[in-house]
Design a protein around this ligand. Structure first.
Ligand SMILES: NC(=O)CC[C@H](N)C(=O)O
Length: 655
């Protein structure tokens, strides 16, 4: 039987050195009185007031998602919104937020009928819950990630994925039974950007072995520990122009490069003899696996013993390569060839999935720093060298064509994997077992080629001049002209959500175009009451800017017959134009300047101008990263604000 509702518990939240005590109203039914108080508060909040200009990112986020009726925010909606930016609930960078949600849910130990992730919170609770991760969250909703419009990008990726799905060409590798038993229909694709935006589709959790995709990773460890000079005194940097397991060395009697079998076996010998000469084979295995794991942000890296045993069993060619290299004195002194070969087979037999590999690829795209854990795994110089070799040698004997057509560093493996790196943007991992005659995954290859024909990701695509390819990247600067076009377009089309985003991004919402037309003019002339309300109530734009013909927004609403907007604008004007009110906006004439493309009503000293949303650093939150940093907590509390324990049930009185 359902428990009776009882008075909501008093919550104590310790955050950012201040203690908040308040009632969580999340599931309390609203009485008429409550609603009246709420609307009174809202009425008050409509008045332009200095304090409101200082509202921080947490407040703006709350307003983006809160229900007008209840004054509460649905965390389900909020988390769904966060997901559209590419941030998942299990992202380590929002761990404190998720922990706080669980704690608040637990504290509300009266029957709520909702889960931790779907509960409704009031403003104060919401602010305290999101505070530890606000830097990352604000960045997400301000569209400041490398792929700002992640939803549109993902739609295009889905289209490419679906086209590749219908491609049934290629054959499974059959040199060992485990590979020949794969389902040829398996097709998975995962993306992780350098900002940790994630997208996955298809068979992304099906495990497969790393095979040749381990080669750039062991090479990276060797470079990190020994430096390029030492490593490349043993192995070259040239594409071999031959099969990946060809019994051939270059003219200096070195393996051609670390991406083919001979080169990778050589890299393994460097690990054994030079990087960790004192370690046992078991320790070197653990050591290597821990590097892979750190690169993947702790996601799935395992080991497939059956594949290892089969690899070792069916390894005549690899042993031949080993002996041939030993004969030619390729290995460092003290190399134990048997141990080296075993280590090579073990690296090929490590198990993973698309999800984990996309994070590894993203760590390579991100200069060696894992985007989800923010751990610096490799030095950027190491990554540059790894990507250079992947670019020229990563796809076997197709490498030249791949560099020509796709123009990006990649590494394929015989289990059907294709790791693609778009430096400084994202990592992609495609997995589908059927291979072409050169040993590359057919669907993976098609995906890479289609990707760069849709987006300007090819190394030599021109980013400056317009092309017929899409550019989903955020560029370091966006012209003011372009942003005002977007702002005015959002207002004219009645898109309140887009207006909210513009506001959250810190944009000056009072901007006017060449003709002195503001967002309010356009929203009013198109009859979008919601937008008009948002602009006045939340952005506090002046209600009376004049365009170059002297028209006010209210005139526009009247001209186009939107009486409900006219009514609202008139009553708003009455309210704010009362004498003796603080912060009254003056009547504004928006000057248009023939020699300037755009101007801002705030530039023209209108008052009160919309102040850009303070950055989290400005509003007292943690700067730098999306993760929390310790902030002193109240005395006696075990909580350190900004950590998951900022909501601490030890501090809850009255429960
Ligand atoms: N192309 C590959 O993925 C090669 C790895 C495989 N295990 C081999 O050594 O033959």
């Amino acid at each position: 039987m359902l428990k009776k509702l009882r008075a909501p518990p008093l919550l104590n939240l310790v955050f950012a050195n201040r203690k908040l005590s308040f009632y969580d109203t999340s599931s309390t039914p609203k009485t008429k009185e409550d609603n009246a108080k709420l609307s009174q508060r809202r009425h008050y909040s409509m008045r332009p007031h200095r304090e409101q200009e200082q509202r921080n990112a947490e407040d703006v986020l709350f307003d983006m998602f809160a229900s007008e009726e209840t004054g509460l925010i649905s965390m389900g909606k909020f988390l769904a919104g966060l997901k559209t930016t590419g941030i998942r609930r299990n992202d380590p960078r929002v761990r404190e937020l998720m922990d706080n949600l669980k704690k608040v849910h637990k504290l509300n130990n009266y029957e709520t009928g909702s889960s931790a992730e779907t509960q409704h919170l009031n403003r104060e609770t919401f602010k305290a819950v999101v505070a530890p991760n606000i830097v990352l969250i604000a960045k997400a909703f301000r569209q400041q990630f490398v792929i700002p419009d992640f939803t549109s990008f993902v739609k295009d990726i889905e289209d490419i994925y679906n086209r590749c799905k219908t491609n049934t060409l290629g054959k499974l590798a059959d040199y060992i039974p485990q590979l020949s038993r794969y389902n040829p229909d398996s097709w998975g694709l995962s993306i992780c950007t350098i900002d940790g935006q994630r997208f996955s589709i298809g068979d992304v959790e099906v495990p497969f072995t790393l095979q040749s995709c381990s080669k750039p990773l062991t090479y990276a460890i060797a470079l990190e520990k020994l430096g390029p000079k030492v490593v490349h005194s043993y192995v070259g940097q040239e594409p071999s122009g031959r099969n990946f397991n060809e019994l051939v060395l270059d003219q200096n009697k070195k393996p051609h490069n670390p991406m083919i079998n001979a080169g990778a076996i050589l890299t393994c010998s460097l690990m054994n003899a030079l990087v960790k000469p004192d370690m046992t084979s078991a320790e070197i295995f653990d050591y290597t696996m821990s590097w892979f794991k750190r690169l993947s942000g702790g996601e799935y890296i395992g080991f497939n013993n059956a594949v290892f045993l089969s690899e070792r069993e069916a390894a005549d060619r690899n042993y031949a390569l080993g002996f041939y290299m030993r004969e030619n004195k390729c290995f460092p002194k003290r190399t134990n060839l048997k141990e080296v070969m075993d280590f090579y087979f073990q690296c090929c037999s490590m198990e993973t999935n698309c999800e984990a590999m996309s994070v590894i690829a993203a760590s390579l795209a991100n200069g060696g720093i894992c985007p989800t854990t923010e751990e610096k795994v490799f030095r950027p110089e190491v990554i540059r060298d790894v990507l250079s070799i992947m670019h020229s040698c990563g796809t076997y004997d197709y490498s030249g064509q791949f560099a020509f057509k796709v123009g990006l560093p990649a590494k394929s493996g015989v289990s059907g994997g294709m790791m693609l790196v778009i430096p400084n943007v994202m990592g992609i991992f495609a997995w589908s077992p059927p291979l072409d005659h050169l040993g590359n995954t057919v669907r993976g290859l098609q995906f890479c080629e289609e990707l760069v024909s849709m987006f300007n990701f090819h190394r030599y695509d021109n980013l400056k001049h317009l092309s017929n390819k899409k550019d989903p990247r955020k560029h370091r600067y966006e012209t003011k002209g372009l942003s005002i076009v977007n702002l005015l377009f959002s207002a004219a089309s009645g898109d309140v959500t887009a207006l909210r985003r513009h506001r959250l991004s810190g944009m000056d919402i009072t901007l006017a175009d060449y003709d002195g037309r503001t967002a309010l003019h356009l929203a009013a002339s198109e009859g979008h009451l919601e937008c008009v309300k948002f602009l006045l109530e939340q952005c506090h734009v002046p209600h009376n800017p004049k365009d170059r013909w002297g028209n006010l927004p209210v005139d526009e609403a009247e001209n186009f017959g939107h009486s409900h907007v006219v009514e609202f604008l008139r009553s708003w004007a009455e309210k704010v134009d009362q004498p003796n009110e603080e912060c009254q906006p003056e009547a504004v004439t928006t000057k248009t300047q023939a020699d300037e493309e755009i101007c801002s009503t705030s530039d023209l000293e209108t008052s009160p101008a919309t102040s850009p949303i303070p950055t989290p650093a400005e509003s007292g939150s943690r700067a730098g990263s999306g993760r929390s940093s310790p902030v002193p907590s109240d005395a006696g509390s075990t909580a350190s604000a900004g950590s998951a324990s900022s909501i601490d049930d030890k501090t809850k009185p009255g429960l």
